[in-house]
Design a protein around this ligand. Sequence first.
Ligand code: URA
Length: 239
Amino acid sequence: MVDGLVGRRAAQVARRRERSAAEPDHDCPLCPRLVAFREDWRAREPHWHNGPVPSFGPTDARLLIVGLAPGLRGANRTGRPFTGDYAGDLLYETLTEYGFAHGRYRAAPDDGLVLDDGLLTNAVRCVPPENKPTTPEIVTCRQFLERTIAAMPRLTAVVTLGRIAHDSALRALGERPSRFPFGHGIEHDVGAVRLFASYHCSRYNTSTRVLTPEMFKAVFARVRAYLEEAGDSPMSPTA
Ligand code: URA
């Protein structure tokens, strides 16, 4: 009994440590090109967030959603993933429709929107010039994705938005991307986690109709069905 309590307490303490290590410092020095870009924008727009954008949502969520990187005038300005970015309109609408968010999304971090059973993060936490992180930047930032995953004790499903997020999430889960190809609507079982691949909900993909809202919502409908089958929902009544 006492041993059980001690074990649970130790696991809680370890997870709390993982949670704080999962977020880079606001002045993270690891990627020189991204630091230079950030410093430039700090000088131009001193009231913007202009730093690594922390994950949004509860770490005891079963679902992890992995985007690419903050948009310059969106998440990099507001400090919340996808917030103020064109891509956030469809993403937050979809999360709300499938029960992963409640409240009203108003493109501001103080809009009161709450994520339910979902955590939203990016493969690269700092805004990259022209929205294009380099391979070394993706590799360097992966340690934070790995720690985010390690801090999620109930992780059951991962949605990857675009190929870069897909490959980085697979590597963070200890797998080779060549074993689990990317494609919209494709699902893979990666150990105990079901990975759902989606095209990124970017302005380019939606305006060219590479990704329609219906295609995007279909992925989250599958995730919801999968989690319902898996059970153990924080919202399901306890026996
Ligand atoms: N905003 C984000 O935070 N991530 C993306 O991938 C795109 C826009």
